[in-house]
Design a protein around this ligand. Structure first.
Ligand code: 13P
Ligand code: SF4
Length: 348
């Protein structure tokens, strides 16, 4: 192994050291943590991407589930869906690279139509967003014409265009509770709809929630048995879950919230152990930003979020292919923008 302390004048060595400061706390492959050698391997690429960002006046938005070398190596903003949508809306850049999944990049394009928005991998879908289309929503609306249509942000622009208001996991309960309509058509997450029903009952708010049948392939898998086993093994453990989990899991957890709120909860509490019922990328972010905390295993991987590699990001920036560029019909974009802007109004 090359010594590294005296080589920091070399830009690649300096970049490897910068990367190492964040990445040393997390794994780069099964059972192997990032070290100076592995950081040296990616340093030329992160330098190239950061240089390209300057040349093209680009920003890289990174969801907390993507790989840490992306978030900490080249990302400009990192966070949950609400935070990233807000950053896209305010972006002054000529180019946004969205390292997340396609519905998030579409949301960025809806809010920032003059900006070139690109995705590293067009196949980075989402089991929720892929579960329903615009026609399905129109059919539901025909059955319940008096209902307000609330879409979880994990849906396509086409579904947003059919909706009255958009929500994210950080504002869903307050927005639904505050709507004047009693009957709500909630798409596309059936499990989140269950959690909304429970929360409305808890708050004493009378709402009828009708939902479609989508689920998140990551969060639907967490179970009451997993929680019981973890609590037996780790006394004092705190269970931190996302509202895409089943209502049984949500009810057994100590905290339920968006990925941003989950991070804040862990950082502001002091428990001997945490079980994070969400995608493993969030655990990686916490291991980097709060290395004293202990996380027991049990998180799961979202295959779509993991499609965002440094190489694909470099290519999307240097020479985006047509399939990497988000384009939307202008009339549809305007209708979709309306429901997201309503979310921003109601969430503040
Ligand atoms: P957050 O908005 O809480 O980050 O959730 C996004 C998501 O896709 C969770 O699976
Ligand atoms: Fe979609 Fe679930 Fe992946 Fe989030 S974790 S992007 S909801 S499939």
């Amino acid at each position: 192994m090359k010594p590294f302390a005296q080589k920091a004048n070399d830009p690649i060595e300096a970049e490897a050291l910068r990367l190492l400061r964040s990445l040393m706390h997390v794994e780069c492959s099964a059972d192997r943590k990032w070290n100076i050698e592995t950081c040296r391997e990616i340093a030329p690429l992160t330098l190239e991407i950061n240089q390209l960002k300057q040349e093209k006046n680009a920003v890289i938005l990174t969801h907390s589930y993507v790989e840490p070398e992306v978030i900490y190596g080249v990302g400009d903003f990192k966070g949950d869906s609400y935070y990233l949508a807000d950053k896209a809306r305010q972006a002054k850049a000529d180019v946004i690279v969205f390292a997340g999944v396609v519905f998030m990049a579409e949301t960025a394009k809806i809010l920032s139509p003059e900006t070139l928005v690109v995705v590293p991998d067009r196949d980075s879908g989402c089991s929720l967003a892929d579960s329903i289309n615009g026609e399905d929503v129109r059919n539901m609306k025909a059955l319940y014409p008096d209902a307000a249509v609330v879409c979880y942000i994990n849906c396509t622009a086409e579904v947003k265009a059919e909706s009255d208001v958009c929500v994210t996991s950080s504002n869903v309960y307050d927005i639904v509770a505050g709507l004047p309509e009693r009957r709500i058509l909630f798409v596309p997450d059936r499990l989140m709809a269950d959690n909304i029903r429970k929360e409305m009952t808890k708050r004493g708010v009378d709402k009828e929630i009708i939902s479609s049948d989508g689920t998140c392939l990551v969060h639907e898998e967490f179970s009451a048995e997993q929680i019981a086993e973890a609590r037996r093994t780790f006394p004092g453990l705190k269970i931190v879950a996302h509202p895409e989990c089943t209502s049984e899991v949500a009810g057994l957890s100590d905290f339920l919230g968006s990925t941003g709120e989950m991070m804040n909860y862990v950082k502001s509490t002091n428990a001997p152990y945490y079980l994070m019922l969400t995608e493993c990328g969030l655990v990686g972010r916490l291991a980097i930003e709060d290395p004293e905390k202990n996380f027991i295993g049990g998180c799961r991987l979202c295959p779509y979020m993991k499609m965002n590699t440094l190489l694909k990001i470099r290519d999307a920036l240097a020479n985006p292919q047509p399939e990497q560029v988000i384009t939307l019909n202008e009339e549809l974009r305007q209708r979709a923008a309306h429901c997201i802007e309503r979310m921003f109004e109601l969430a503040t």
